[in-house]
Design a protein around this ligand. Structure first.
Ligand code: 4AD
Ligand code: MG
Length: 480
């Protein structure tokens, strides 16, 4: 007989049928002559209740079944008398597939701390919280491809190994096959990368943007969706050394078209989650509410998770320039009372997450898109404004998260791009291919990068980025 998934069993109202299910035991409860097993197979957050008669046929098997064991059950579906679910399964045949020794199995039917679960990331998929998070992660992945596909965008696979530093921040991991204990040297005692695998120095990419730009100059509208790597030593709840980024790049788009697309995409993705992940979101909303109730009153969320998601779908984002935001921050009571860890003084400062969140959560109380940042704090490829001091950058700021998207209109003028690269000491000879797109049929174009895990933080209401990617990579941590 073919196995049926629990999500389908619970949906069906076709009772009295014999079916086969398989899964992992969440709890086992024996009362009088019956045993209730809560079975989960990951197809839904909901468990299927298995009802087993405690008779000589089943007694021995039941004794060996504990939380975490995998079992197979052939049974008859009956309408559940309990509240909440439709069907339960009356067991006719019960088999253990794999036992779990209760003295060793670390997951028990109680709440474990997220910190503890990070240490057993190989098993944390089996908890309600993480199975919900990773089902939503899948749904968001699918929704991203659907969104762009429906709009006629072309998915481009940008390389993971690269020799260029797209963001110019120098936060790259080296890729080499050289023997680190016996490095080849040039005459002036530098490492001789001509002897390395690629014949030059290479790194893991920090962004697929530059390659996406090349593709957009022919395919018009493209996007990448892949892993990116940053060797920045920021041990925060919002940074990973390995994270996934979605980078659309569009020919003939100016910064306004770019903002419109980013806003439409974020609203689409959040709505997709609301429409398609309701059971998981219901669970995570309750989880977040429980977590919030442990906090002092003035630090609690004003909205529940689902309310916050609905708010994003139903409200337009606020758009303003960096300079306008700077004025708001500088003149805020918060700043004047010295409440920012990084006080807002001189124009030109890089905004910290506390500033971004102040704008979003306290001042505007909705998502914000900031544009026209000082050129000194942004990457070389951004389109220069006529004022000579700002560039056509855009950052989308979200409640709880701060920056969720960074992007810009690109500098399409060959001379201007070249002179900016000069100023920033970006070697022209390494970037000849990027420059050539501005020489041959250049067009205005724009793009942005959405941090996938930052989106996941927002949609799931989890607080730490380590809890929305299966196996987080952070400073001093590459376990599993
Ligand atoms: O602002 P960033 O650095 O922009 C770029 O990389 C551009 N090349 C994107 C583009 O225009 N195509 O990064 C984009 C987004 C950020 O807004 C943030 O959401 C996420 O990537 N991000 C990180 N997420 C997790 N961990 C990190 N260390 C991150 N660094 C950036
Ligand atoms: Mg950024």
């Amino acid at each position: 007989m073919k196995r049926v998934k629990i999500v389908d069993v619970l949906k069906s109202e076709d009772y009295g049928k014999e079916i086969l299910v398989m899964g992992w035991v969440r709890t086992k409860r024996i009362s009088k002559n019956v045993c209730f097993i809560a079975l989960n197979d990951g197809s839904t957050i909901n468990n299927l209740q298995i009802v087993v008669d405690v008779n000589p046929e089943f007694e021995n098997i039941l004794a060996k079944i504990n939380t975490g064991a995998s079992i197979s059950v052939l049974g008859k579906t009956v309408e559940s008398m309990g509240s909440g679910q439709n069907a339960e399964l009356h067991c006719l045949k019960l088999e253990i597939i794999g036992q779990a020794n209760p003295d060793e199995y670390p997951l028990q039917p109680k709440r474990h701390s997220l910190e503890f679960l990070r240490e057993i990331a190989h098993l944390r998929f089996r908890t309600n919280t993480f199975s919900a998070v990773f089902r939503i992660r899948h749904a968001m992945t699918f929704a991203i491809h659907k969104f762009f596909n429906d709009k006629g965008f072309c998915n481009v696979h940008s390389p993971i190994i690269t020799s260029s530093d797209a963001e110019g921040a120098g936060e790259m991991f080296h890729v080499t096959s050289l023997d680190l204990n016996n490095l080849p040297r040039t005459e002036d005692n530098k490492i001789d990368y001509s002897k390395d695998f690629f014949g030059k120095q290479t790194h893991l990419t920090v962004s697929g943007q530059l390659e996406a730009e090349l593709a957009a100059m022919a395919l018009s509208e493209v996007y990448t969706f892949g892993p990116t790597f940053r060797a920045e030593n920021s041990n925060t709840a919002r940074h990973l050394a390995e994270f996934w980024m979605i980078e659309p790049e569009m020919a003939f788009y100016d910064i306004h078209d770019n903002m419109d697309l980013a806003e439409e995409m974020l609203q689409y993705l959040v709505k997709y989650a609301l429409d398609n992940c309701s059971d998981d979101l219901k669970f995570l909303t309750k989880r977040r509410a429980d977590e919030q109730s442990q906090k002092p009153q003035n630090q609690r969320d004003a909205m529940s998770l689902v309310e916050r998601l609905e708010f994003i779908v139903n409200n337009k984002f606020e758009r303003l320039t960096y300079t306008e935001a700077y004025e708001i921050l500088k003149n805020s009571k918060h700043n004047q009372k010295g409440k920012f860890a990084y006080p807002v003084e001189e124009w030109g400062i890089d905004l910290q997450s506390e500033h971004e969140r102040y704008l979003v959560e306290k001042h505007f109380k909705k998502p914000v898109i900031l544009t026209d940042y000082p050129k000194e704090i942004k990457a070389f490829y951004m389109k220069q404004n006529d004022d000579g001091t700002t560039v056509r950058a855009m950052d989308v700021l979200f409640p709880q998260i701060g920056e969720i998207i960074g992007g810009s209109q690109r500098e399409e003028n060959y001379e201007k791009l070249l002179s900016r690269m000069d100023e920033m000491n970006i070697p022209e000879e390494e970037m000849w291919w990027f420059l050539e797109t501005r020489k041959f049929g250049t067009v205005p174009h724009s793009g942005y990068g959405l941090g996938f895990e930052r989106l996941m933080l927002f949609v799931t209401g989890m607080s730490n980025i380590r809890d929305v990617i299966p196996f987080p990579r952070t400073p001093h941590n590459a376990a599993f």
